[in-house]
Design a protein around this ligand. Structure first.
Ligand SMILES: Nc1ncnc2c1ncn2[C@@H]1O[C@H](COP(=O)(O)OP(=O)(O)OP(=O)(O)O)[C@@H](O)[C@H]1O
Ligand SMILES: [Mg+2]
Length: 222
């Protein structure tokens, strides 16, 4: 499903070059729930940004179902990202002046899903992640962190992505809420056959995924 080959991202500051991701190759099969672990600064977020086409690699290819997203032009990439990849961030990143429901509707508007289908799907997703009807009409500021993350997961799923990328999705949550959010992602991966890659500091979480990649100074450890 995902095939990464010799992926490298270097940043330049002044005369020095620094490889945040220093040539990594790996595969993730369809429907697999994988984790990426590593110390702060080891390149986890940089790698995830490359996988999701939020940033361009210096060298290497990222094939998703045989299509190299690193080779796409900006316009094609934006379109592809919107339809095929869902993102979940540590800080939720919901649009503050939209309700939970409107936040989930937004990516479907971008993908030009027919209006009649949008509302039904958004409500179904919010039900699925366990957000009650009353809370679906609240703005993020009036929801707890765990509830906001549920909305963010529903939003990530809106366009039925092939791939979900989550950067420390439980990082701002207490351990019990974090576990619930993790279980939610896990169940989704299994029931919808969605491939999920989650970055985490939590070794307990990583231990429950199908496969763990360990990053150290931008390289994969055996
Ligand atoms: N835009 C950038 N320009 C220059 N250096 C960067 C940039 N983004 C990241 N880096 C550097 O690349 C390295 C990897 O950063 P990255 O954010 O990927 O780490 P991380 O593993 O996600 O860390 P954390 O666990 O703290 O989130 C760090 O040394 C960071 O300072
Ligand atoms: Mg990070």
């Amino acid at each position: 499903m995902l095939k990464v080959t010799k992926l490298q991202k270097t940043f330049r500051s002044g005369d020095t070059e620094f490889a945040a991701v220093g040539g990594v190759s790996f595969n993730v099969p369809e429907g697999q729930f994988a984790s990426i672990v590593g110390r702060s600064g080891s390149g986890k977020t940089t790698l995830l940004s490359l996988l999701g086409g939020l940033d361009k690699p210096t060298v290497g290819t990222i094939e998703i179902d045989g299509q190299d997203i690193a080779a796409m032009n900006d316009h094609a990439l934006i379109d592809y990202r919107c339809r095929a990849i869902g993102f979940v961030f540590q800080s939720y990143n919901l649009v503050p002046n939209l309700t939970a429901l409107e936040n989930v509707l937004l990516p479907m508007e971008f993908a030009r899903v027919p209006k009649s289908q949008r509302l039904e799907r958004a409500k179904q997703l919010l039900d699925q992640v366990g957000l009650t009807d009353d809370k679906q009409h609240r703005k993020p500021g009036k929801l707890s962190g765990g509830e906001q993350q549920r909305v963010a997961i529903a939003r990530a799923l809106a366009n039925k992505p092939k791939l979900i990328l989550a950067d420390e999705p439980t990082g701002n949550l207490d351990s019990q809420t974090g576990k619930m959010i993790f279980d939610l992602l896990h169940n989704l991966a299994k029931s919808e056959n969605t491939t999920i890659i989650v970055v985490t500091h939590d070794t307990g979480i990583a231990g429950k995924t199908d496969k763990t990649f360990r990053l150290q100074d931008g390289k994969l450890r055996k």
